[in-house]
Design a protein around this ligand. Structure first.
Ligand code: EPZ
Length: 421
């Protein structure tokens, strides 16, 4: 297994380019199953999770090939297999996003029931409830979700809690279901909007994407299309937090500032200067220490849970005391114990971390437990005194393309090396 070795203390300077959004491209790739044909998807990030989704599409009978560094051609002309196997789903929960498109495209889906993961149990009960309301027969057998859709029809679905994946699965199942489907309490994330825009480009009839009520009028046929993935808003936020903790001055290109208003507002509260110029953000932290701010994670447009761990690292050297409350996942504070090993002065009480700004973090050997926790430990290592080794960084390769190269491009001292033993 690989690890990162980071020498702290360098102030980040220079320009970094943001890649395509992991959480947008995964449902977009699943959507190619809805209609046989050839799709060319641009701005696709080279991530382990993308490779896993590509593997799944190939298992289902699709053909994929990289036609440029970040442009993928997907041919689902021969796609007939409706079984998403355990071996793939256990690698990546987001494989469950093919449920909706297999139902929409083949009227049949057998998908391994996703297990929990480090950050929480992550059930899919709302996905399955929505499919049942669309007229599907849903059975759980031998660890698989087995869904058949003999007589689908539009329905009014109210989600008990906001679910990004649930909204995306029902969107994809409903676009070819006769009648009108209304999704209430729908997720409003930019990635949901991106999926809706691609489906509309394919001929789907959708209104309300980006609001809590999405309406879909079923059509008989869709048409394959080409599509460009939106920039990754969490990668953008991660680099902003890295700039803040190192008192840096960076330019972020190919991003979408309108997708990260809550993140920008919070970082401005800490004292960062952030200038938005179209697809570019200029960020500068001249203050010696960020001002402590309180954070509560919420569904979009609130502060994103995927930035909670990164902000905890920044707050660990703030001036003051910060309360960070995680309301989306039940176990997304594992980075706290690792940050404490670097000298962070924090306590976790239930789903809230109370973080008292420390004078300085000290480098240490720490272990990544999940994707965003890895980012948090790297951010802390950039500012810590001395050397930090972050192990199990296969987590970070799931969601960040070449993060160490991008950070080195900003002056960070970070190397990837083999874990001994
Ligand atoms: C998506 O996960 C993202 N992943 C996550 O990003 C992100 O943290 C999450 O949305 C919240 O924004 C992808 O888009 C691939 P949810 P998803 O369904 O869809 C509960 C990252 O780091 N729930 O919105 O799985 C669930 O337990 C990853 O990039 C049910 O109870 O999240 C959770 O508490 C991590 N029943 C809450 O809803 C259901 O049927 C939000 O989950 C579905 C969800």
């Amino acid at each position: 297994m690989d690890k990162f070795v980071i020498e702290g203390g360098e102030r980040l300077k220079g320009t970094v380019r943001i890649g395509g959004s992991k959480n947008a491209v995964l449902p977009l790739l699943a959507a190619t199953i809805l209609q046989k044909g050839i799709y060319r998807i641009g701005n696709v990030p080279r991530l382990r999770d993308v490779e896993t989704m590509i593997k799944l599409i190939n298992i289902l009978g699709g053909k994929t090939k990289w036609i440029e560094e970040h442009r993928l051609e997907v041919d689902t002309g021969q796609l007939e297999n409706h079984v998403a196997p355990y071996e793939i789903v256990k690698e990546m929960r987001a494989s469950v996003l093919v449920l909706g498109s297999l139902i929409g495209g083949l009227r049949r889906a057998t998908v391994s029931y996703p297990g929990g993961c480090a950050i929480g149990e992550r059930p899919i009960d709302l996905h399955l409830k929505g499919l049942s309301m669309l007229g599907c027969d849903v059975h759980i057998r031998e660890g698989y979700v087995d869904v058949t859709a003999k007589h689908m029809k539009g329905a009014r679905i109210i989600f008990d809690t906001v679910t990004v994946g649930g909204t995306e699965n029902i969107l994809m199942a409903a676009v070819l279901a006769p009648g009108e489907t209304i999704i209430e309490n729908a997720a409003r994330e930019p990635e949901v909007i991106d999926l809706a825009l691609m489906l509309k480009k394919m001929g789907a009839r959708i209104t309300g994407e980006g609001t809590e009520v999405i309406k879909i009028k079923g059509v008989d046929q869709l048409t394959p299309c080409d599509y460009e993935v939106i920039p990754d808003r969490i990668e953008t936020g991660t680099f902003l937090a890295a700039c803040g903790i190192t008192r840096g001055s960076i330019t972020i290109e190919k991003c979408n500032p309108s997708h990260i208003k809550a993140i920008i507002d919070k970082l401005r509260e800490t004292g960062m200067e952030i200038i938005e110029e179209g697809e570019t953000i200029k960020a500068l932290m001249t203050k010696k220490k960020p001002t402590a701010v309180d954070i509560t994670t919420m569904p979009y447009p609130g502060f994103p849970t995927d930035m909670q761990a990164q902000m905890m690292a920044l707050m660990s050297i703030s001036r003051g005391v910060s309360a960070i409350r995680e309301t989306i996942f039940e176990n997304r504070m594992m980075h706290a114990a690792e940050l404490r090993r670097m000298g962070a002065d924090l306590r976790v009480i239930g789903n809230t971390a109370i973080v008292k700004g420390a004078k300085m973090l000290s480098g240490a050997k720490v272990m990544a437990t999940d994707l965003r926790a890895s980012a948090s430990l790297i951010i802390a290592g950039l500012a810590a005194y001395g050397t930090t080794e972050v192990s199990r960084i296969y987590h970070i390769d799931r969601g960040y393309e070449s993060i160490e190269e991008k950070l080195r491009g900003l002056g960070a001292k970070i190397e990837r090396s083999k874990e001994q033993g």
